[in-house]
Write a protein that binds this ligand. Structure first.
Ligand code: MN
Length: 318
């Protein structure tokens, strides 16, 4: 099982098409425990999807990984595997990761930078932590479901070495995707979306983040603890905040690093299975068969010394 691009299984959400049962249009506060997984000795906390919370805007998958020693070969060694119908977003708190893909991209990502890959009709990639480096690998891998208008389009990859940082009170918020006030990320977004990293300094701090009331929002804490709307949120939890909020008071007693995710409720019902985001089982079966026959026009070769990851047979096929 992949550390950074962990496949979605029925444990996370059944492989059926279902409207999100938890769609909320008013401010809310719902706390969800992440599913803990030990992947090659590395702790992964899967915050999304949940059975009762499939998406936040178009965000459909959040894995929080590490911290894990970079010198450990299992820190991140994810061989070539395919994706369809999604963007992958890689955000690091510590360490570094090398991305390679079937477009020929080869890009190291470091804390404060963004790697964003668009799968569209199909792409393959690998991710690995350069070994022998000091420090620890710590971060998050997220997926954004592509809407019908773009999900059959071509694959793409973008790296943003610098992102806008907005200040709120004594907190700083790096804008990964979308905009906070006048600070807009250059990253691609196919639907109205927000992704930002809220960081509190060593002594803690507080501030009020302006929100778009048309968006629903959620918070995943990667380090420390963040008090969100008066509720303390820790690593291993997702706080779902609903929609209709114009601002969000946040505070921290000490150093903290959290992801604030938002977007207009997705409005489409993605079907997620393994590394594929689709709408029907037939689409997933076709992608599975194409990966079995790869490299192909759909899933090209990836320059990586790691072993290619085989797709399991869809569970609904006999
Ligand atoms: Mn992946």
């Amino acid at each position: 099982m992949a550390v950074v691009s962990g496949p979605v299984s029925a444990v996370d959400a059944p492989a059926i098409v279902a409207a999100d049962p938890g769609a909320v249009t008013a401010p809310a506060f719902e706390r969800f425990e992440s599913r803990e997984a030990d992947v090659g000795g590395v702790a992964v906390r899967r915050a999304l999807p949940k059975r009762r919370r499939r998406t936040i805007g178009a965000w459909c998958f959040v894995d929080h990984f590490g911290p894990a020693a970079m010198r450990d070969r299992s820190a991140m060694q994810v061989g070539p595997h395919p994706h369809i119908g999604l963007h992958t977003v890689t955000w690091l708190v510590g360490g570094e990761a090398l991305h390679t893909d079937s477009l020929g991209s080869e890009q190291v990502v470091r804390p404060g930078q963004l790697n964003l890959m668009t799968a569209g009709r199909g792409v393959a990639h690998a991710e690995e932590a350069p070994t022998g480096r000091p420090g620890s690998l710590h971060g998050a891998q997220l997926w954004v479901a592509q809407p019908d208008g773009t999900r059959h389009g071509g694959p793409a990859f973008e790296h943003h070495a610098e992102l806008p940082v907005a200040g709120f009170g004594t907190l700083a918020a790096t804008v990964l995707v979308g905009a906070l006030g006048d600070d807009a990320s250059p990253a691609r977004a196919d639907t109205p979306l927000l992704g930002c990293a809220v960081v509190a300094p060593r002594q803690g701090g507080s501030g009020t983040v302006p929100l778009d009331p048309a968006f629903e929002h959620g918070v995943v804490v990667l380090d420390g603890a963040l008090v969100v709307d008066g509720e303390r949120v820790r690593p291993g939890e997702l706080a779902y905040l609903g929609a209709g909020r114009h601002e969000l008071p946040v505070a921290a007693d000490g150093p903290a690093h959290a992801l604030l995710l938002g977007g207009v409720p997705f409005g489409e019902t993605p079907l997620m299975w393994w590394n594929f985001v689709a709408r029907t089982r037939e689409e997933i079966e076709e992608a599975w068969a194409d990966w079995q026959g790869a490299p192909s026009d759909r899933f090209g070769p990836v320059r990586s010394g790691l072993e290619r990851i085989a797709a399991p047979r869809p569970t609904w096929l006999r």
